[in-house]
Structures are given as C-alpha cells and as structure tokens.
Design a binder for this molecule. Structure first.
Ligand SMILES: [Zn+2]
Length: 478
C-alpha cells in the first residue's frame, strides 16, 4: 500500500493512502454502512466529506454472498469510494460466536474486492483477566499470520488487541509489526469510550504508538467529534463509526462538546445545511424515520467538519491548541490528555520543531514539547558577560527575561519561536503552575552558568515565585 505523510503536528499527521479505488487523505472517518439497512445511501456519503466507507463482510457473507461475489462489494453498496470490510469480530464480541473461519472470511473479502481486509481477530473487552486476554491475543496473532499468507492486492489491516493490559497491547503491536500489515487497527475500545474511560483509551493509543511510530493507525469504532482531535493528536489516522446512525436512532445530536439529547435542545449550535433550515422544535415534530435522517445527516456534517478543522490545525501547527480546547468538553478528557506527560520522548520525536505561533490555552500547554526544547536550547547558549541581568519585567534592560511557562528567554530570542512568539496571559492572571515551571526552568538554566553572578529584577506577582535561585544573586524588587 502506498502511504505518504504530507504534514505533521503533535503526533498527528495528514497522510495520503492510495487504494485501487482512489486516494484517501487522512485523518478521516469511515462511516459504517449496513448493507441490509438502507439509511443514508452510501453514494451520498461523499457529500458529507467521506472519503472511504466501512462495511461488515460477515453480514454480506451471511445474507448476500453470491450477489457480492459476482458484483463486488462496491456495486453492492453502490459506491466508487474505497471500502474497508470488517470480518465479523464485532459480531463475535456481541454474540460470542460467528459461523465462519478466519480463512473463509478473508478469502471472501478478497473475492468481493474489498480495498482493506481484516482478519477475524478476537476483540477482548476491557478489564478481561490477563490470561483470557493473552490467550485471545495468541489466536488473533495466529489469524493475522494466516491473513498475511493469504493476502493479495487488498491492503491488510491488522487489529491490535490485549484488552486493558498495556503489556499485551504493546505485544500485539510488536507482533503485528513483525507480520507486516498496511494499516494497524486498535480494537475493542468502544466500551471504554461509551463509559467515558478516556484515560484507558489514551494510554492504549500511546502504548501502541510507542511501538508503531510511523505506520498508519486506525481506531476502531471511534467517530465521536468530541474525541477526534485528541485521538488524531495521539497519532490515529483512520476512524470508523456507526455513531452518526446509532445516536440518530436514539434522538441524540453530536457536537464537538459532547452529545446532546434532541429533547433538551432549544437551538441548534451548528450551521450545517440541516440545522440552518430547521429548529429543534420542528425536528421533534417530524416522523421518527425523517427525524433519524435529519439527525444522522447533522451527525455526519459535524463529524467531517471537525475532521477539516483538525486537518487545518495540523497544517497551521496549532493542533495542541485545538486539543487543549476540545478536552474541556469533559473532565475525563482532561485527565486522559494529561497523561502525555508520561510519554514526552514519544511526543518529542514527532512534534515539528518550528511552528508559526504558540498560544497558551491552559496548564496542559506546559506539557508541549516546545517548552522543554526551549529550555534545552537556551542551556546551550554561551554568555560572555560575568554579571547577567535577569528580569521578569520587559521594561527593564536585561540579558535574560523570565516569561511564564518558558522561564529564561534571552533578549535576542524575544522575537523568535516559541518563547518570543508565545501568546500567554500576564503573570498576574495565569495559573500558578505556569510561573512555578518558569522559575524551575530558570533555576535549571542558572545552574548551567555556575561561574556567573546574577542581578535579578523581580516585579509584581513574580515576587512570590522567584526565590531560592542558585548561584550568587542580587535581587532588585520592583
Ligand atoms: Zn447541524
């Protein structure tokens, strides 16, 4: 499979994937199509922004096998978009059994001309005991090996399982990488998302990404616009979701801030074509079938609008800013995202060094690689003067200025990225963590200049923080 990274930000990227049915530009969401239940017709999916679809090969195998083999899956769905086919492991999770072997369903997916085929992996649910998860994973790996042997021109998607055992998720990723797939798909995470267990979700993604550093990664069953920016920033490229339809059937309305019940809405916070022409009261009065389509269409519009917002953020280097805003949708997203502090080398590895701007959005901003990199580069600088003047006040002539978040910023770097370009609230108004980090960085920097003397001008609220500096310091309070 041809795969090219064309832009990067945080751990997210815009990639191009070539398929026999055309190019997919990621990140993107593959809407789930049930071949037997006509809802939003697959040929309309392009109008919302879909670039590829996913359908269930097992359902087709059970109900439309002959027709599908003669016509191919694209004609069955009446689409010319690339199609990924799932193997029936979802049914395995829900019903505990499927009446098809791994080899049969893989051969079938190839026969019907699927662009992306998936072996019949075992989706071990969260919190399974270790032994069960390990045994399930062994079967999954065996089936992935079989898939590799059978694979032809279709791209091979290798699921990553292991329940909530991080060691097993890593093992699954390692084994899948050895086998060699085209796309790696993190599976069995829907129960985590349904329960708002985003911390577990984020940790699983980060563990998998620690093994699969550049390969295309798909996050199975994730398509809620509330989590997309975060998942992309952690390195997920592809998503699929039935959420647009499932939520619509339940009178629920997706937004980037979470899910709303139609019954609770007085106004639509959206300007998609549907929401622009009707208000919630009118939609509540529609017949159920019509209402479902209205909501499903809105759900698709908002999902792909968020995808475009994310891609634009990657292009302009502001994905961290977008995620730091989006996680405000739910406290569990905040805790989840803050775990990136445990994975800073990983983040460091992929985040571009130069960006246009640095906009402070809250204390998660302190965890961005740019902050640490700034300190490291400032520590490399040579200073000829014997006495170094440090000031928290830009109005005082100094060699080094102390800025919230970053700490020491040499005067000559006041105009450069990141610290010079940073848009940060004044010290008087910012969270104390941003000042504590600044002073900690300042101390670290000063320790590298142990033969110098310092004159330190301290003003305003900084007086509570700038103290106990190393070396010989003369303090001037303003
Ligand atoms: Zn709308």
């Amino acid at each position: 499979m041809e795969f090219e990274i064309i832009a990067k930000d945080a751990m997210g990227r815009i990639c191009r994937i070539e398929t026999p049915h055309g190019r997919i530009e990621t990140p993107t969401v593959l809407p789930v199509i049930n071949p037997n239940i006509p809802f939003i017709p697959p040929d309309e999916m392009k109008n919302f922004g879909a670039q590829a679809l996913i359908t269930n090969a097992y359902i087709i195998y059970r109900t439309l096998a002959e027709e599908a083999v003669s016509k191919g899956v694209h004609r069955i769905l009446r689409t010319d978009l690339p199609v990924m086919t799932d193997s029936g492991s979802y049914q395995l999770m829900v019903y505990g059994d499927v009446e098809v072997s791994n080899r049969e369903i893989l051969e079938f997916q190839k026969e019907i001309g699927s662009d992306f085929i998936i072996p019949l992996d075992i989706p071990t649910p969260p919190d399974a005991d270790y032994e069960t998860a390990r045994k399930d994973l062994e079967i999954t790996i065996e089936r992935e090996r079989e898939a590799k042997e059978l694979n032809g021109i279709s791209s091979l998607v290798l699921p990553i399982q292991g329940s909530t055992h991080m060691e097993l998720r890593r093992e699954s990723a390692k084994k899948a990488k050895e086998i060699g797939g085209d796309v790696y798909a993190i599976g069995a995470v829907v129960p985590l998302m349904d329960a708002y267990r985003f911390k577990d979700l984020v940790r699983i993604i980060l563990e998998v990404r620690s093994v699969l550093r550049v390969e295309p990664v798909h996050l199975f069953g994730c398509g809620h616009p509330m989590v997309l920016a975060m998942a992309v920033a952690l390195g997920c490229d592809l998503f699929d979701s039935a959420a647009y339809a499932l939520y619509a059937k339940d009178d629920r309305y997706l937004t980037v801030y979470g899910t709303k019940k139609l019954s609770d809405l007085q106004y639509f916070p959206c300007n998609c074509p549907n929401c622009s022409k009707m208000d919630p009261e009118e939609v509540r009065e529609l017949e159920k079938a019509e209402r479902e389509i209205f909501l499903a269409e809105h759900n698709l519009y908002v999902t792909f609008s968020e995808i475009r917002t994310i891609k634009n953020a990657i292009k302009e280097g502001s994905l961290f800013e977008l995620v730091e805003k989006r996680i405000r949708a739910h406290p569990n997203l905040i805790s989840a995202w803050r775990q990136i502090k445990d994975y800073s080398p990983l983040l460091e590895d992929s985040d571009p060094r130069i960006k246009k701007r640095f906009l402070y959005c809250g204390i998660e901003t302190l965890m961005r690689p740019a902050v640490k990199r700034h300190l490291e580069s400032v520590k490399q600088l040579d200073f000829e003067k014997e006495v170094i003047v440090i000031s928290t006040d830009l109005g005082v002539l100094a060699d080094i200025y102390v800025r919230p978040v970053f700490g020491p910023v040499p005067a000559e770097l006041l105009e450069s990225y990141p610290a010079g370009h940073a848009e940060i609230p004044e010290a008087e108004f910012i969270e104390k963590e941003a000042l504590e980090m600044a002073v900690e960085n300042l101390r670290d920097f000063m320790r590298c200049l142990n033969d110098k003397k310092f004159v330190v001008h301290v003003s305003g609220r900084w007086k509570d923080f700038v103290k106990d500096l190393p070396g010989e310091c003369e303090y001037v309070l303003h």
